[in-house]
Design a protein around this ligand. Structure first.
Ligand code: ACM
Ligand code: ZN
Length: 258
């Protein structure tokens, strides 16, 4: 089990409890629906890093995994843009823009993880920065940063394939039918990845902000998980033969609709 604490975005939960770590420092309401919210952790205040040191220290102790996912996706910069602390940090460091401030922020988090004996993983949104921390593993989910991911792979960066149109199981079967999942091939947008640029592995994702019942969660996961398991474990064979093997899985699975 590899934990993920998404930083600096998707942190309303943190900020509802510790509003002082946002740019404005004002109370924020806990979200009751999924989405991208503009209030994120402040990258300018040193106190943010002190808080993260404590938080990551506690969580790292709970998980024996080699890796730790630090997110980095969907972090709007509107509050960083007007925050005196973020602007001061950006200027002090001579950074070109706020994407590079996120790169700096990720570097600070990666340093903390190193101290706790963990290696960092991020979403491919972070590749918008010029200063991706050394040793970062990157998870490709969105085609929006396909080019940057291809470049990262070309330079020898390790990456994980999780294309949202192929192996995001929260999406319906109309978007990602079983055959499409089974036949997915790692790519960077429209471009298949070359032999030396392949991912270290795949991970299927299932986000649950719109899935309220455990039955619908199981429906989304099964049987698509068998396709990803086979691809990652033994490699792709013929789909017709996979379908036959699937029958075995079907017998073992509760709640899988025929
Ligand atoms: C993601 O789905 N925002 C990684
Ligand atoms: Zn700030």
């Amino acid at each position: 089990v590899i934990p993920e604490i998404d930083l600096p975005g998707h942190t309303l939960g943190i900020l509802a409890a510790y509003p002082e770590h946002s740019c404005g420092g004002k109370p924020v309401r806990l979200a009751n629906r999924g989405g991208i919210y503009k209030t994120i952790l402040c990258a300018g205040k040193e106190s943010t890093y002190g808080f993260l040191e404590e938080l990551l220290g506690e969580v790292c102790e709970l998980f024996p995994s080699e890796y730790f996912h630090i997110g980095g996706d969907e972090a709007p910069k509107s509050e960083w843009k007007t925050c005196p602390d973020c602007q001061k940090k950006k200027e002090e460091l001579g950074l070109a823009g706020l994407e590079d401030l996120q790169g700096y922020f990720a570097g600070r988090v990666a340093d903390l993880l190193k101290k706790y004996g963990k290696k960092p993983v991020c979403w491919n949104d972070l590749l918008q920065t010029k200063n991706v921390p050394e040793g970062m593993r990157c998870q490709y989910w969105t085609v929006e940063y396909a080019e940057q991911t291809a470049e990262f792979a070309r330079r020898g960066g390790e990456w994980i394939y999780s294309d949202m149109f192929e192996i995001y199981f929260d999406y319906p079967y109309s978007m990602s039918p079983l055959k499409k999942v089974y036949e997915t091939t790692p790519h960077f947008g429209k471009k298949p990845c070359g032999k030396d640029e392949g991912p270290v592995g795949m991970e299927a994702c299932v986000w649950t902000e719109q899935i309220c019942e455990s039955e619908s969660l199981e429906e989304r996961i099964f049987p698509r998980i068998y396709a990803v398991a086979e691809l990652t474990w033994s490699g792709r064979g013929k789909y017709r033969e996979f379908e036959k093997r699937l029958e075995e899985g079907r017998k073992r699975t509760i709640g899988y609709p025929l």
